[in-house]
Design a protein around this ligand. Structure first.
Ligand SMILES: NC(=O)C1=CN([C@@H]2O[C@H](COP(=O)(O)OP(=O)(O)OC[C@H]3O[C@@H](n4cnc5c(N)ncnc54)[C@H](OP(=O)(O)O)[C@@H]3O)[C@@H](O)[C@H]2O)C=CC1
Ligand SMILES: O=C(O)CCC(=O)C(=O)O
Length: 427
């Protein structure tokens, strides 16, 4: 890595996902022309808040959890990005996720900066009441940073519409007004948007159509393998299957299932709702070892779980044509290079999974105007934005002979740094 700046609060020997992001910035810097004098801005999060989140457990004991909200860059608008509840959340991870939000929001040109939050907790170990108390306490602890024109959280791994409803209500209690625009991804009955739940998976499908057309892959009959069967992976599976693709493999933390002729996705959703995971699905041909997932031959691979799944070792083994990054940060920079050598087309996270924040933007706009669009209107607008963002990135990639990831960073970082430059530095 060529970057000079290592934050004193991270382990210099293992920067984790933040190091992965810094390497991506280093690749874009030579393409930024006169704006490159501002590039250091992208390597320093604007604001980091670490909070202690204490709750009373159901058994009367007090438990403490570590929470974060990071605002990476606010040059183009208020902070925007999800909140993750996961036992492996770290500051490095939340920093990287917040930076990827800055890039993503600029790539699809929604008027936001980048932010992200998280709590280091395994929510499966909490009762519903404990989860609600944790969410409310966390919201209270970060309430000085968030707000409809300051920073707008949304769902991410292990958070959902219910968690957003609790966040909105806690913030409303502190502010003394309704403030629907403080979070997105809310239930539709509380000012949420039609289509938000499916938006990220739908966006993955739209860029998948664009990528497949350019690679000469027909979606009807295409072999699709998906890691993660939550909001993003589960929705993508449904939409790809509806388009005639065969979902030949799905992996979650409970197991890896395969069916050469294509899994019945509707039945799989029912099974996961009842059993809590894909393991034991009766409609599968076989269950594989975790690691064997990466050896399955596919036309399209969709990582839709967590970061750093596609390492150099995995990339060398992969037999696929197109990777659509539903997850944030699933591919390491070393793996990117190997995939480029193998001529695998990688549609990066900061483009491929931007459908979620795009419909979050629609939700925020609808909340401000108290006027709500139909689901067809939402989906049509989402499709237009994703197609147009993909087209712009594709053209830059062709012109500059760079990967789609670097091209997305060029488009997005140019927008961020132009805003930074025109605003100037001094208060
Ligand atoms: N929700 C959104 O709108 C957006 C999400 N993303 C990104 O998409 C990814 C998935 O998020 P989302 O779908 O919302 O999260 P969910 O919590 O809904 O689902 C996560 C899925 O990933 C699986 N998973 C977790 N760890 C592993 C693992 N080690 N191996 C295999 N599978 C695993 C989970 O399995 P299990 O249930 O068995 O633990 C679950 O199926 C994340 O990277 C997130 O940041 C990006 C943009 C927007
Ligand atoms: O919908 C949003 O505001 C953000 C979603 C998110 O966290 C992401 O795109 O990674």
């Amino acid at each position: 890595m060529t970057t000079d700046y290592i934050p004193s609060y991270l382990n210099p020997n293992d920067l984790g996902p933040w190091g992965q992001y810094l390497q991506q910035v280093d690749r874009v810097a030579p393409h930024l022309g006169s704006l490159s004098r501002w590039v250091e801005t992208l390597k320093r999060p604007k604001r980091i808040l670490t909070v202690d989140v204490p709750i009373e457990r159901d058994d009367g004991t007090i438990a403490h959890y570590e929470g974060y909200r990071v605002q990476h860059n606010l040059s183009r608008g208020p902070g925007k990005g999800g909140v993750r509840f996961h036992q492996d959340v770290t500051l490095s991870e939340v920093m990287a996720l917040s930076a990827w939000m800055s890039v993503k929001n600029a790539a699809v040109n929604v008027p936001y900066g980048g932010a992200k939050g998280g709590i280091r907790v395994d929510p499966a170990t909490l009762s519903k009441g404990e989860l609600q108390r944790l969410t409310r306490r966390y919201t209270s602890e970060i309430s000085m940073l968030i707000g409809p024109t300051k920073d707008i959280p949304a769902p991410d791994v292990n958070t959902n519409e219910q968690v957003m409803a609790w966040m909105m209500d806690s913030y409303a209690m502190i502010e003394g007004n309704l403030s629907t625009g403080v979070v997105t991804g809310k239930p539709v009955s509380l000012g949420g948007s039609l289509g938000r739940r499916e938006a990220t998976g739908r966006g993955v499908f739209v860029v998948g159509q664009e990528a497949a057309a350019r690679r000469g892959v027909a979606l009807a009959g295409a072999r699709v393998a998906i890691q993660g069967f939550g909001n993003v992976g589960g929705t993508a599976a449904t939409i790809f299957a509806d388009a005639g693709a065969k979902i030949v493999a799905v992996q979650d933390h409970t197991g890896t299932i395969v069916r050469d002729g294509g899994l019945d996705v509707a039945q799989l959703h029912k099974h996961v709702a009842e059993a809590g995971g894909v393991q034991g699905f009766p409609g599968a041909d076989a269950t594989l070892d975790r690691d064997a997932f990466w050896d399955i031959e596919s036309d399209i691979l969709i990582p839709a779980a967590l970061e750093r799944q596609i390492t150099a070792e995995v990339a060398a083994r992969l037999r696929t044509k197109i990777i659509l990054e539903g997850a944030n940060g699933p591919t390491t920079p070393e793996a990117d290079d190997i995939l480029a050598d193998k001529d695998v087309l990688v549609v990066p996270d900061v483009l491929a999974n931007a459908g979620g924040v795009t419909v979050s933007y629609f939700e925020w706009v609808q909340d401000f105007s108290s006027f709500f669009w139909t689901e067809d209107e939402i989906n049509a607008r989402l499709t237009r934005i994703m197609q147009s963002a993909f087209g712009a990135v594709w053209d830059v990639a062709q012109e500059k002979k760079v990967s789609l990831r670097t091209a997305t960073f060029i488009v997005a970082c140019t927008r961020i740094l132009q805003a930074r430059e025109v605003r100037g530095l001094y208060p």
